[in-house]
Design a binder for this molecule. Structure first.
Ligand code: ZN
Length: 424
């Protein structure tokens, strides 16, 4: 997961930016000092589009693949396995093929940068082609892990027509090389594969030709990636100090946060991007462009999906907090116990007057075990309570933020809910 460099301390002033904040990043852009913005993206920017995490065994995609006798899920992107059995890949491709999904606000924001002449280059690990669908010019995109945009024979490299590919994928049928006797080269019949990078395959030469653009950037935006797949993961480190780097991601990754001009925007990408658009005064333009592109129905679906994901996370937090605190009406009671310090271990079952009724109530609420922990280590219990309160307040901040995309307080604890789903 990148480097272990320590995060920059609050005392260290920013060098290029007025301060480490999105407002300062927006000022940097508005002042005209950022005209060569390099953007690096991963699966996190496609999460809201509903693209499933096809590396996660928990997803329905792998359930579909289970019937096809894969040695392990990753085999679907293994060239040797593909040569022996290409069918599982085409079962997966049917679910992932471009046209099924629509760009997110994050994709459209990058497109907006391009239309304003500020995008020097986009490096994406995603194979979903949503960057192109969002209108980002092809020459500004490096699909570092390839994409479904083109395909060819794995033996003789003869390109395979797009329309025929679409038909094959729709039927989950394996296409074969079109080279025939007719064109004088002899019949081939090799397997056809989209130009996505399988395990052990080299990245497209374009990645190596263009990656130096990161060194000439005057601003770097890193969105929705765990930076766990090399060599892509090394790109942000090519951005020289003191060029500002902004991370939009669920958690801090790689060396982001170790430079004086690194700004960390933790949370889901779309929420962070909307914040930046707000600070730039581009918000209305962004939303209008996005809605025009995906349509009202899809826009609402993505927004509902975001609310649902947030609600699930908040519900999860609340249940964790419940477990820790055995909440209900015990709050003040527990505080008193903590404050009283070391108590007689026998005391908890003898609360004085009213013991009988309260005892019954506690038993129903499962508070007995909390008391035991409390007696053993009141101080630890106190810390857990503090942590739980922090979780609750962060969770509520997140909820408020989503309810009104213009709200503040989007920082939230790191979450596993947005796993990396790079193309291999
Ligand atoms: Zn061929």
């Amino acid at each position: 997961m990148g480097q272990d460099n320590s995060v920059i301390s609050d005392d260290t002033p920013a060098v290029t930016l007025a301060e480490r904040s999105l407002a300062a990043v927006a000022d940097h852009i508005k002042s005209g000092k950022a005209r060569r913005i390099v953007v690096m993206t991963g699966a996190g920017i496609s999460t809201a589009a509903g693209i499933p995490d096809f590396r996660s065994p928990e997803t329905g995609l792998y359930a579909n693949l289970a019937a096809l006798n894969l040695p392990e899920p990753e085999a679907v992107f293994d060239l040797d396995f593909f040569k022996k059995n290409p069918k599982p890949f085409y079962v997966l491709a049917k679910d992932l093929y471009p046209g099924t999904f629509h760009p997110t606000v994050s994709h459209v924001f990058i497109s907006l940068l391009a239309s304003k002449g500020l995008l020097a280059q986009l490096f994406t690990q995603n194979i979903d082609c949503l960057e192109r669908t969002a209108g980002i010019p092809g020459e500004l995109i490096v699909e570092a892990h390839g994409s479904f945009a083109s395909q060819r024979c794995i033996d003789c490299k003869t390109p395979f027509p797009d329309d025929k590919m679409r038909e094959h994928v729709a039927r989950a049928e394996v296409p074969r090389c079109i080279r025939s006797e007719a064109n004088g080269d002899g019949r081939c019949d090799g397997l056809v594969k989209p130009d996505i990078v399988f395990f052990h395959e080299a990245l497209p030469s374009l990645f190596y030709e263009r990656r130096n653009l990161a060194e000439t950037a005057d601003l770097a935006l890193v969105l929705g990636t765990s930076l766990s797949v090399h060599p892509f993961a090394g790109l942000p480190d090519m951005v020289p100090e003191p060029v500002p780097r902004v991370l939009f991601n669920m958690e801090r990754v790689g060396s982001l946060g170790t430079h004086a001009d690194d700004v960390l925007v933790l949370g889901d990408c779309d929420t962070g991007v909307r914040k930046l658009a707000d600070a730039l005064g581009w918000r209305d333009e962004l939303e209008a462009k996005w809605r025009e592109l995906v349509g009202e129905e899809e826009a609402e679906r993505q927004l509902q999906g975001m609310t649902k994901r947030v609600q699930n996370e908040v519900a999860q937090l609340a249940s964790q907090v419940d477990q820790v605190l055995h909440l209900e009406d015990k709050d003040d009671d527990a505080d008193d116990e903590v404050n009283s310090g070391i108590r007689d271990p026998g005391q908890s079952n003898e609360e004085g007057p009213g013991t009988g009724r309260e005892g019954n109530f506690q038993a129903t609420e499962g508070a007995g075990s909390a008391r035991v922990g409390d007696e053993e280590s009141p101080f630890e219990e106190h810390n857990i309570r503090g942590e739980a309160r922090r979780m609750v307040s962060n969770g509520l901040g997140l909820e408020a933020d989503t309810a009104g995309p213009g709200g503040d307080g989007w920082a939230k604890p790191g979450s596993e809910s947005q796993r990396q789903t790079n193309g291999p």
